[in-house]
Design a protein around this ligand. Structure first.
Ligand code: 16G
Ligand code: ZN
Length: 531
């Protein structure tokens, strides 16, 4: 077949390095960019098959998020803008690791197992981040798509969530929005302006926000968006990529892990600041307290702010919709306690990795999900969106209910429901703070984080650790959980868990307790028990 001849010819131009074995992990393939050319070509092939299978547009994003600039990676995006379904992650691993001579057999195996009609048209959207290697690697993806006769649209430089958004817009015939970058800016900025325009006396101080763009794609895109915001938000952008290196001493991951301000951001006491990660699907906020102390507002604080705001609006609107917050084991114990005991919202805990949280959040009318590291969004069920819309349009509704319904409607429009989105999350947080008239300190004071510590432990084989209960308990090796339990008992308000990393060859240890000293000591003791 002519189709496969072209695959054979082109794959020779994208050869696999000898002896390299890669796995499609929690966030796709990720490693040094020099090892990825063949993977990109093959993901172009696989995305084309996935498109034929689903009869819909599929996305391929070339990025390695918060990894160093020398790395790169690739993720596939399914028709509704969600992460690719797990069975296909397995195919991705098989294709990436097939020997050069075995590539066609591996490809035909997928076609057969999925009963794919090769006559079906295919369409693939491709995007890339600002890494120097992304240019040629995204070209390799396009080569793969074309080798199997697929149609492609190259969005060039976009954030990861922008590409997810485009895929969803395309497959919902524009109902979710227009599948262009300008369409994305227009939808989000209009919703933001609608939300903030009736807030009385917003001062310039309240409109001001410092943004650390991690020297990446988020910096570029938030700049493009600024004019659409009509001065309703006044951004001071740092680490915009003009001189610094991607993710180096800056970005959401650096700030969260180091618990300190990024390089180059000059903040005065009480000023709101935020950091994106390298592909702008994560965000954290922070400020400097009066004594110069650094205060971090992570994904847990963001989830709390947003769910509190939504719950209040639902009450005002008189809408009986179930709202839940989805977290992982890393969520600070104080946040879980506050949400359950004070806010009385349902809290669910899932395994680490966006797809698990996203999936759990889909089970509720409104599902707010955030990882502590700042990745998250809000999902509204179709029924919830319809109820909100009906009420917003109902002329018999009284003023308070109508106002709340309109706010909810614009909130839905402001959120990128396909995946966590630093720009969309930032606009939502800014709108909520404005509407509720809150300063960043007041937001921070909703609850106080328990002191915590994370450690990495190198072990011979991290796969010997098996976990259960959303990674909060270990089932093997034997005796480990008992050892952790007895260590935890020594401290007050303590909790600890260990889990094998899905992205690095290490075991991660988390501990929290009433004081920093206790949290540090507990983490250390648990890490010794892991050896
Ligand atoms: C990936 C995940 C992220 C998770 C992290 C955990 C996605 C898009 N990203 O980056 O959600 O927090 O892995 O890494 O799912 P770890 O397994 O090394 O701790
Ligand atoms: Zn990211």
């Amino acid at each position: 077949m002519a189709q496969f001849e072209e695959v054979s010819q082109k794959s020779a131009v994208h050869p696999m390095p000898v002896g390299l074995v890669l796995q499609y992990g929690t966030a796709g393939f990720r490693t040094n960019a020099k090892q990825l050319d063949h993977v990109m070509f093959r993901m172009g092939l696989l995305a084309t098959l996935r498109s034929k299978k689903t009869k819909a547009t599929i996305g391929v994003m070339v990025t390695a998020s918060h990894n160093p600039e020398e790395d790169n990676g690739v993720k596939l995006v399914d028709p509704m803008g969600e992460m690719v379904t797990p069975a296909w992650e397995g195919y991705a691993t098989q294709l990436a690791n097939a020997e050069q001579e075995g590539l066609l057999t591996a490809l035909k195996d997928v076609i057969e197992r999925e009963a794919i009609s090769m006559a079906q048209e295919a369409s693939v959207f491709v995007g890339k981040d600002t890494r120097p290697s992304s240019e040629s690697l995204s070209q390799a993806v396009l080569d793969g798509v074309h080798a199997l006769g697929g149609h492609s649209k190259d969005y060039g430089l976009v954030t990861t969530p922008q590409l997810h958004y485009m895929v969803c817009c395309q497959n919902t015939q524009g109902r979710y929005g227009e599948a262009t970058v300008k369409g994305y800016y227009r939808k989000l900025s209009q919703a933001f302006i609608q939300l903030t325009k009736n807030v009385p006396n917003r001062t310039d101080d309240q409109k001001a926000l410092l943004v650390d763009g991690a020297n990446g794609i988020g910096a570029l895109k938030v700049c493009e968006m600024e004019t659409y915001l009509k001065n309703e938000l006044q951004l001071s952008l740092f680490n915009d990529g003009s001189s610094g290196k991607l993710n180096h001493l800056c970005g959401a991951d650096y700030v969260k892990v180091q618990q300190r301000a990024p390089k180059g951001v000059e903040m005065t006491a009480g000023e709101r600041c935020c950091s994106y990660d390298g592909d702008a699907d994560r965000i954290v906020y922070y400020y400097s307290g009066s004594a110069g102390r650094f205060h971090l507002l992570d994904g847990d604080k963001i989830a709390t702010l947003i769910s509190t705001y939504l719950k209040e609006l639902l009450t005002q609107a008189g809408l009986d919709l179930q709202i839940a917050v989805v977290q992982t084991a890393y969520a600070n114990g104080s946040s879980t306690q506050y949400l359950e005991d004070t806010m009385k919202v349902i809290v669910r805990c899932t395994k680490t990795g966006v797809k698990h949280l996203h999936h759990a959040a889909q089970e509720f009318d409104i599902g707010v999900y955030f990882e502590a590291n700042g990745h998250g969004t809000v999902l509204f069920s179709k029924a919830a969106e319809e109820k909100i819309q009906q009420l917003a349009q109902d002329s018999n509704t009284n003023d308070e209910r109508k106002r709340a319904a309109l706010l909810l409607q614009n909130t839905v429009n402001l959120i990128n429901q396909t995946v966590g989105d630093a720009i969309s999350d930032m606009l939502l947080i800014e709108a909520v703070l404005a509407i509720r008239g809150m300063t960043v300190q007041q937001w921070d004071a909703i609850y106080t984080d328990l002191p915590n510590r994370q450690l990495k432990v190198k072990v011979a084989d991290r796969r010997v650790i098996d976990t259960t209960d959303a990674e909060r308990r270990t089932v093997s090796p034997a005796g480990l959980q008992e050892a952790i339990d007895s260590l935890v008992k020594k401290y007050r308000q303590a909790r600890s868990f260990v889990r094998p990393s899905g992205t690095e060859d290490v075991v991660r240890v988390y501990a929290e307790a009433d004081t920093q000293e206790s949290a540090d000591a507990l983490a250390h003791e648990v890490s010794l028990a892991v050896y």
